[in-house]
Design a protein around this ligand. Structure first.
Ligand SMILES: [Zn+2]
Length: 351
């Protein structure tokens, strides 16, 4: 295998891109490198990934990493992506309530990602669009806001762009989420919102500015809590877990991101190594044990400064489902999924 093919495959296992997409992205970037940087990259590419722990001598020059798998650098972009990772976890619970949902088959929200320097593209499982948008879009009730404060959407015929109304350069594209999917997601959301009986969808109330509740929450708490750089970095590599039955993530304090999936498939050691890959892993990651990555070089901007240790990512295991526990669950009415299905079918008749 040539060293270029090896690079493409190392990127693909993290992003879930097709071979061609990853190869094109890498070729465009690598061919623009100065000769000295290219020689540097070839040398790094030959270092076996199995070497543990990765010492500082294996730290790539930051410019080279951005060529191979760019990470978000702007604070608002990082926060937006950390918020999306959290929403993807919540969306899993919706998918387990889908009439065809099973605990015994893999459920993914994000199938693949295309990481770009100034934005991110997410290729979603079509069934996950409605739940993810439900969890992402800000909803105000009793002065609180669920979802990501300031998030708004621009609708195109075949894609949707999510952006922050107060920092419009922070954005995420959802290719393939066109008008039909958007309308079905709105039908899904309206059923859920009606069940709450109170509150308002802030993108309708304040389409071109922050709503008062959003301003208050942003001033008091900020947009997202936790080690946001690690969360953003993990989102950009989330396809690493696409074979898992499901994935849950949550933060503990301002330094710890927890990632959990049932059993040991994919293997924890494999996931840890890929996330600490000196070329494609999350920058600054260092393996100290088989299940915890340390990030001495990737501190998040929290307000406690010296009180807080370096960021960490812990890989955790939950128990495997015994049989298909959703059978009795599925018998209950799922009006939001029924509204979603009817909206999709209705659109189908119009075309
Ligand atoms: Zn802190």
């Amino acid at each position: 295998m040539s060293w270029e093919t090896d690079l493409v495959n190392r990127r693909r296992q993290l992003t879930g891109e097709s071979f061609q997409t990853a190869a094109d992205a890498l070729r465009a970037e690598v061919s623009a490198l100065p000769v000295a940087a290219l020689a540097n990259l070839r040398a790094f590419a030959r270092v076996p990934v199995m070497r543990m722990p990765f010492g500082p001598d294996l730290e790539l020059p930051p410019g080279l990493r951005a060529v191979l798998l760019p990470d978000a650098t702007a604070r608002s972009q990082i926060e937006l992506e950390a918020g999306i990772l959290d929403a993807a976890t919540q969306a899993i619970h919706h998918l387990h309530r889908h009439p065809d949902g099973r605990l015994t088959r893999p459920v993914v929200v994000i199938r693949s990602v295309t990481p770009l320097r100034n934005r991110l593209q997410l290729h979603l499982n079509p069934v996950a669009v409605a739940p993810l948008l439900y969890e992402l879009m800000p909803f105000g009730f009793d002065g609180e806001v669920s979802g990501i404060c300031g998030l708004r959407a621009r609708q195109q015929r075949r894609s949707t762009e999510l952006f922050l109304i107060d920092v419009p350069t922070a954005r995420v594209e959802l290719p393939g989420v066109g008008r039909a999917a958007w309308c079905a997601a709105a039908a899904y959301r309206e059923v859920r919102d009606r069940e709450l009986g109170t509150g308002e969808y802030l993108a309708s109330v304040a389409p071109d500015r922050l709503a008062a509740a959003e301003e208050r929450v942003l001033a008091a708490y900020g947009r997202v809590f936790g080690p946001t750089r690690i969360a953003s970095g993990f989102l950009r590599r989330i396809a690493l877990l696409r074979q898992a039955l499901w994935t849950q993530t949550w933060t503990t304090g301002c330094t710890d991101l927890n990632v959990e999936w049932p059993g040991d498939d994919p293997r924890h050691a494999h996931v840890a190594l890929a996330l600490a890959d000196p070329l494609f892993g999350i920058p600054g990651a260092e393996i100290r044990t088989s299940t915890t990555l340390h990030f001495p070089a990737a501190r998040s901007a929290c307000k406690h400064d010296t009180l807080c240790g370096p960021d960490r990512l812990a890989l955790r295991s939950s128990s495997l489902p015994t049989g298909d526990g959703t059978a009795s669950f599925r018998k209950g009415a799922r009006p939001e999924w029924e509204a979603w299905r009817q909206a999709l079918a209705g659109r189908g008749h119009q075309h």
